[in-house]
Design a protein around this ligand. Structure first.
Ligand code: FAD
Length: 453
């Protein structure tokens, strides 16, 4: 690849929390793996495929998927985090070539000072490039930039049968589309070329707008989508159908001259007791969050880190939910079916099992970059629920009924329990994708949703 050499792209030390524990972000389910391979170089992957003595294989990034899509119970994982080299950069185009274990935190640390930023980013910077491709992640700019996969120019895929294969829209295009959003099942992504987007600095012209109903949220989305690159809303999920919330929108600011320093936040050292996040605490938090942000309404200059990654401020915040962990429920509902969204919010409010983190966003109309990409036109709602056993699972099954009837879908990256029927409803063409799966690969998620295991 033409451009700057890897040696000239010195990486600042970053704060990627590195754990030896192989769990997912929701800490549910907890499974055992027979072996974890830790390649340091891409050319070690062939030897790993050759040693099939530990059962099926699955690549693992930073474990920021919430459920079991990054787990492979009784099989083996390939921990890709040591494949973390930046291989080259073309400053004239903004295309970076990097290994798949490079994190978004690292990409921002290296390229923001050079005037380049991620084309799409999820709500945490602690994800790897490989993980972001395999879930075809979306961000606050889906309405104008589509998903991360739309900015992957080409990638190097290691398959057990074929060895390294280059995939792009021109070369092996079907395998390229299968690998974007392919849940790590088509092979190990060794490296990728990513198109970055130019920016003038670390600051966002942000605006906070409180709203009191779902139609008001929709009006704000429609009005903002043409003017703001980033839009998202936080929702008070105890408000039921009245759906009050806070709308956040923003654009990269022009040169401000203001210095920015990344702060290291506190770390939650251990899991809090399960009773800590009871319904009264969660309700009080929702109310306080709404009031505090409603007071801050209006424009402000906000750092990219506070705007995109507020949750990264507290490291290991997932321990708030206690030892049993938590589940995230993320669905997309066609916009024409606002009643379904109201019904979901009503069922959640009536269950008393509210969530601290209710996020609502209108996806744009971008066509899917991958065969199994989750984003599609509609409204996506994401909510966290402490795992309280059957009670929690029952609520989620009741939400599934509404999502399925509305013609909606669930997001595999956030899922730990959807049924095969719900998966089929969400991805009716999954059998076509299945023909691209590497025979050496499997995951707990895939076995659960396709074989009911
Ligand atoms: C706080 C928080 C906020 C989030 N916000 C968003 C959001 O706004 N939008 C969104 O879309 N998602 C969001 N997510 C989910 C997260 O972005 C995805 O789950 C992402 O894929 C995690 O990346 P990872 O590197 O941790 O991968 P992992 O979770 O370890 O793995 C994810 C998948 O990628 C596969 N994989 C990993 N590395 C490779 C590789 N080298 N080759 C092939 N396959 C590989 C795995 O097998 C697995 O299927 C959020 C998660 C958290 C914790």
């Amino acid at each position: 690849m033409p451009g700057q050499s890897a040696a000239s792209l010195k990486r600042k030390p970053t704060l990627v929390p590195y754990t030896e524990e192989y769990i997912s972000w929701g800490r549910y389910p907890k499974v055992s793996h027979r072996h974890v391979h830790k390649p340091a170089w891409g050319d070690q992957l062939s030897a790993i495929f050759a040693s099939a003595s530990h059962g099926s294989l699955l690549p693992y990034g930073l474990g920021r998927s919430y459920g079991d899509s990054c787990l492979n119970a009784n099989g083996a994982l390939i921990d890709c985090r040591r494949l973390n080299r930046i291989l080259g950069f073309d400053a004239s185009t903004g295309v970076v070539r990097c290994e798949s274990g490079v994190s978004f935190a690292d990409l921002v640390a290296v390229f923001l000072p050079k005037g380049w930023f991620l084309p799409v980013t999820p709500g945490t910077k602690f994800v790897t490039v490989g993980g972001a491709i395999a879930n075809d992640v979306h961000g606050k700019n889906h309405h104008c930039a589509g998903t991360f996969g739309a900015h992957v120019r080409q990638l190097g895929l290691h398959r057990s049968s074929d060895g390294p294969v280059v995939c792009s829209p021109a070369e092996n295009p079907s395998m390229f589309r299968a690998t974007i959003g392919g849940l790590g099942l088509t092979g190990v992504i060794a490296w990728a070329d990513i198109q970055l987007r130019p920016v003038t600095g670390a600051w966002i012209d942000a605006e906070v707008v409180p709203f009191q109903s779902l139609p008001a949220f929709l009006d704000l989305s429609r009005e903002s989508d043409g003017r703001f690159e980033y839009t998202v809303a936080w929702l008070d999920c105890f408000a039921g159908k009245s759906a009050r919330g806070i709308f956040f929108r923003g654009n990269h600011a022009a040169e401000t001259g203001k210095a920015f320093r990344l702060k290291r936040g506190p770390k939650l050292p251990f899991a809090l007791p399960a009773w800590f996040l009871n319904r009264y605490v969660v309700k009080a938090f929702n109310s306080a969050y709404y009031q505090a942000h409603a007071l801050k309404k209006g424009p402000s200059l906000t750092s990219y880190d506070s705007f995109f990654y507020p949750l990264d401020t507290i490291r290991q915040w997932n321990l708030f939910y206690g030892k049993q962990g938590f589940l995230q429920y993320q669905c997309v509902i066609p916009e024409s079916n606002l009643d379904a969204l109201e019904e979901l919010l009503d069922r959640i409010a009536r269950s008393g099992m509210g969530s601290i983190l209710g996020v609502l966003k209108k996806f744009g109309n971008a066509s899917a970059a991958g065969m199994m990409s989750f984003p599609r036109p509609g409204l996506t709602l994401a909510l966290d629920f402490a795992m309280r056993g059957e009670r929690t699972l029952q609520l989620m099954r009741s939400l599934d009924q509404v999502v399925e009837q509305s013609g909606g879908a669930l997001y595999p990256a956030k899922d730990a329990r959807m049924s095969p029927a719900m998966f089929e409803a969400s991805f009716p063409h999954w059998r076509q994708f299945a023909s691209y799966i590497d025979p050496a690969m499997s995951s707990s998620f895939w076995r659960r949703v396709t074989e009911g295991q």
